[in-house]
Design a protein around this ligand. Structure first.
Ligand SMILES: C[S@@+](CC[C@H](N)C(=O)[O-])C[C@H]1O[C@@H](n2cnc3c(N)ncnc32)[C@H](O)[C@@H]1O
Length: 108
């Protein structure tokens, strides 16, 4: 809620940008951003609900939402999945968002 509130009050930072979201859950943050960004990839290790919610929210009755909204499976640290995403989106992303998640990075 805090991130969505912040983003909705600072939409200029989203205008026209490409964004990847980690741990998207049901996709609320991504869908909010889809009103302002040009491309959004929502990811989660359980991405089926994201695909379903994109289907439910993209419709001719709701043309301002989800114009460039996609979902991919991404379990943090899975290099096969990361490489597949990088191949599909070679331009990368200008913004990385994650709401209510934490990722531990350890040195080995
Ligand atoms: C607390 S929820 C937050 C969901 C959403 N960002 C929100 O704010 O409503 C955490 C999300 O991270 C995802 N998640 C947890 N561990 C993960 C992992 N190792 N790799 C990818 N996603 C993970 C869960 O499936 C869940 O959707």
């Amino acid at each position: 809620m805090l991130l969505n509130d912040y983003l909705s009050k600072n939409t200029e930072m989203l205008q026209g940008c490409s964004m990847i979201e980690l741990g998207s859950g049901v996709g609320i943050t991504g869908m909010l951003c889809s009103r302002f960004c040009r491309q959004i990839l929502m990811t989660d290790h359980n991405e089926e609900i994201l695909r379903r919610n994109i289907e439910l929210n993209v419709s001719s009755e709701n043309p301002s939402c989800c114009a460039a909204l996609e979902a991919e499976k991404l379990e943090w640290g899975n290099s096969d999945q990361i490489n597949r995403i990088l191949l599909k989106y070679p331009g990368g992303f200008e913004l990385i968002l994650g709401a209510d998640i934490y990722i531990l990075i350890t040195a080995s």
